[in-house]
Design a protein around this ligand. Structure first.
Ligand code: GLP
Length: 243
């Protein structure tokens, strides 16, 4: 895992966006998986800006979802799908046929896992996966204790995730289960980028950097990845000794 610490959130976002732009310019048919959450917002704005300036073209790329809250879909403000359509897919004018997103409202979630797995097996492996980290070390909704051999799966969310997740919604939500790509998909991606900013992530970043690979901190799986990157701002890196 290659670690780089940038001065602040803005610098971290520029680094991440430029890294993605360079890869997409080399591989315009790339399959991308982009995380929801607060961390990548500025990266997405920069990608949209670069696209408008014709520095990059995402029109031939395909996109697959990382995770979703079970019971929610694009009509629910705060869902992952709502967020990604608003922040990136709509502004980039991505053709719906090029997007495979979990339908976390469907009656058969196992079938839904299979559908998304098959999309990745057919169009993949994922070329670029952009991840955020939960304060408990989760990647997507791969919570502590997860089996690294999982592909897409449905899982009960940690209490911590249920509580922290309220920040995305403007009313109290029942966030008990998630549907997520598995660690195995992440490890099979050609390039994995994890980004983190702010003091609230400093403790988990310290653990991620200092501890050996353990499913108690799912993000440590990235240490098994041959081409993984951790981009931080100085607040997220403040408890960590990185040379
Ligand atoms: C959320 C999502 C992840 C996200 C992570 C960090 O719960 N399941 O996909 O990357 O936790 O979120 P944030 O960037 O808002 O801190």
């Amino acid at each position: 895992m290659i670690i780089e610490v940038m001065y602040n959130y803005s610098e971290m976002s520029i680094k991440t966006a430029e890294f993605i732009i360079e890869m997409v310019n080399k591989n315009p048919n790339a399959l991308l998986c982009l995380a929801g959450g607060d961390t990548p917002i500025e990266t997405y704005r920069l990608l949209v800006k670069a696209s408008k300036e014709e520095r990059v073209d995402f029109s031939q790329c395909k996109f697959v979802s990382l995770d979703e809250w079970v019971g929610l879909d694009e009509n629910d403000e705060g869902s992952c799908k709502y967020f990604l359509y608003k922040e990136i897919f709509k502004p980039l004018n991505i053709n719906k046929e090029n997007i495979c997103f979990f339908n976390a409202k469907c009656g058969d979630l196992q079938k839904e896992c299979k559908r998304v797995d098959e999309f990745i097996f057919k169009n993949g492996p994922i070329d670029i996966i952009l991840l955020g980290i939960g304060v408990n070390g989760h990647l997507g909704f791969n919570e502590p204790g997860i089996d690294f051999e999982n592909y897409c799966h449905v899982l009960k969310l940690d209490k911590n995730t249920q509580t922290v997740g309220q920040k995305y919604f403007n009313k109290e939500m029942k966030l008990e289960y998630g549907i997520s790509l598995g660690i195995k998909h992440i490890l099979e991606a050609k390039t994995a980028i994890l980004i983190a900013n702010g003091e609230k992530k400093a403790n988990i970043i310290k653990n991620l950097v200092e501890k050996d690979v353990t499913n108690e901190i799912p993000a440590t799986a990235l240490k098994l990845h041959a081409n993984s990157f951790l981009f931080l701002d100085s607040d997220a890196a403040k408890l960590t000794h990185i040379k």
